[in-house]
Design a protein around this ligand. Structure first.
Ligand code: G3H
Ligand code: 13P
Ligand code: ZN
Length: 332
C-alpha cells in the first residue's frame, strides 16, 4: 500500500473548493505517454495551474498502470525542477469500471478515482459508488461519481436529452454515496465527433459546423439542488479546427470533426463546474504536428524530431486551455 501523499501528489478536495469559490475550473488532461506528460507538466508549471493527470482504461492497457503511476511521481519532481515550488498535481483514474480497478489504483498511489456507474441502474450505481467511497476515504483519496449518460454521436438529439442528468436525483445520489464530485451529462460527449452534421447548423461566414448549445438549464437546476458541490464535465474537447485542418492538409481524413465551443466551456468554468476533461484535443494537437513533420521532412526518422514538435504543440494547447478557457492559471 502506497499513499499518494508520500509521492507529493494531492487529492481534489481543497483544489475543487477553491475552484468553485473562485469561479474557475481545474484542467483534467489524459496522458498515455511521456511527451503528453511533459507537455502537461510544463504548461501547469509555467502557468502555476493546479492540474489533474488522468489515466483511462485505454491508457492502463496501452502503457501499464504501474508505469503511469511512476511517471506521475516523476512529474511531481519534474515540476519542482521547473521552479514550481509546491506542485498541485492529482493522479486520477478516469472512468474506473469496477471496485477492484479503483482499489488497485488507490493501493498504488492514485490520489483520486472516478467510479463510472452511469450505465448501471440507479440503485446499482449508488451501491457501487458508495463501496468505492468507503474504501477510498480511509486513505483520503477523493472519488468522482457519475449520473446521466454522455451522448454518443449516433444518438438523436431527443435521445441525448433523455440521457441528461436528472436534477431531482443528484441530492439523493451524493448523500447516499458520499462522493466528492459528480460528473454530469448536459450535452458533451467523448471523442472528436461530438455531433452529427445534422445536429449542427452551418455558419455561412466560416463554412464551419456550429453545434447545439449545452444544456445550461440542466446545469443550473443541478447547482440549485447542490449549492457549491463540485461538478465535473467529461467530453469537453473543443476540437480546434486549425488542428483538424492541418491533419487533413497533410493526408488525414477527419471529416466533420466538431467539439464544444470554448465560450461555452468558459461559461461553465465560472459555475460549480470545477473539473473539465480534455483528451481528444491533445490527440489532435499531437497528430497535426507529427503529420506536418512527416509531410514536410519525409527523410526524418528520429522520433525526437517529430515527437518534439508534437510536445510543443500540446504544451501550447494546454496553456491556452488553462489561461483562456478554464482560468486556472496562478491558482497554485
Ligand atoms: O473518456 C475517455 C478518454 O478520452 C480516454 O479514452 O480509453 O481511449 O484512453 P481512452
Ligand atoms: P474528450 O474526448 O472530449 O477530450 O473527453 C475526454 C474525457 O472526458 C476523458 O474522461
Ligand atoms: Zn470521460
Amino acid at each position: 500500500m502506497i499513499n499518494y501523499k508520500d509521492l507529493g501528489l494531492v487529492n481534489t478536495r481543497e483544489m475543487f473548493k477553491k475552484a468553485v469559490d473562485g469561479g474557475y475550473a481545474i484542467p483534467a488532461f489524459n496522458f498515455n505517454n511521456m511527451e503528453q506528460l511533459q507537455a502537461i507538466v510544463m504548461a501547469a508549471a509555467e502557468t502555476k495551474s493546479p492540474v489533474i493527470l488522468q489515466v483511462s482504461k485505454g491508457a492502463r492497457q496501452y502503457a501499464n498502470q504501474t508505469l503511469l503511476r511512476y511517471m506521475a511521481e516523476g512529474a511531481v519532481e519534474y515540476a519542482k525542477e521547473l521552479g514550481w515550488e509546491k506542485p498541485q498535481i492529482v493522479l486520477h483514474l478516469d472512468h474506473g469500471d469496477s471496485f477492484e480497478t479503483c482499489k488497485s489504483c488507490i493501493d498504488m498511489g492514485f490520489s483520486s478515482v472516478m467510479i463510472d456507474g452511469s450505465h448501471l441502474p440507479y440503485d446499482e450505481n449508488v451501491a457501487l459508488t458508495k463501496k468505492v467511497v468507503e474504501y477510498a476515504h480511509q486513505f483520503d483519496v477523493t472519488v468522482e461519481g457519475e449520473l446521466g449518460v454522455l451522448a454518443g454521436v449516433e444518438d438523436e438529439v431527443s435521445a441525448e436529452e433523455s440521457h441528461y442528468t436528472k436534477p431531482e436525483e443528484v441530492v439523493d445520489f451524493v448523500t447516499k454515496t458520499g462522493c466528492d464530485s459528480l460528473a454530469i451529462s448536459i450535452g458533451t460527449s467523448h471523442g472528436a465527433f461530438k455531433f452529427t452534421p445534422e445536429q449542427c447548423t452551418l455558419d455561412p461566414q466560416t463554412g464551419r459546423l456550429v453545434p447545439p448549445p449545452l444544456a445550461f438549464d440542466v446545469l443550473k437546476a443541478i447547482e440549485e439542488q447542490l449549492p457549491g458541490f463540485p461538478i465535473v464535465l467529461h467530453g469537453s474537447s473543443s476540437v480546434p479546427q486549425d488542428e483538424v485542418d492541418t491533419i487533413n492538409k497533410y493526408g488525414g481524413a477527419l471529416k466533420a470533426a466538431v467539439g464544444i465551443p470554448e465560450e461555452q466551456l468558459r461559461e461553465a468554468s465560472k459555475s460549480a463546474v470545477c473539473k473539465i476533461n480534455i483528451d481528444s484535443d491533445s490527440r489532435l494537437a499531437m497528430t497535426a504536428a507529427v503529420r506536418e513533420v512527416f509531410a514536410q521532412k519525409p527523410a526524418e526518422f528520429d522520433p525526437r524530431k517529430y515527437l518534439g514538435p508534437a510536445r510543443d504543440n500540446m504544451k501550447k494547447l494546454y496553456i491556452h486551455k488553462i489561461v483562456n478557457v478554464l482560468g486556472s492559471n496562478d491558482k497554485a
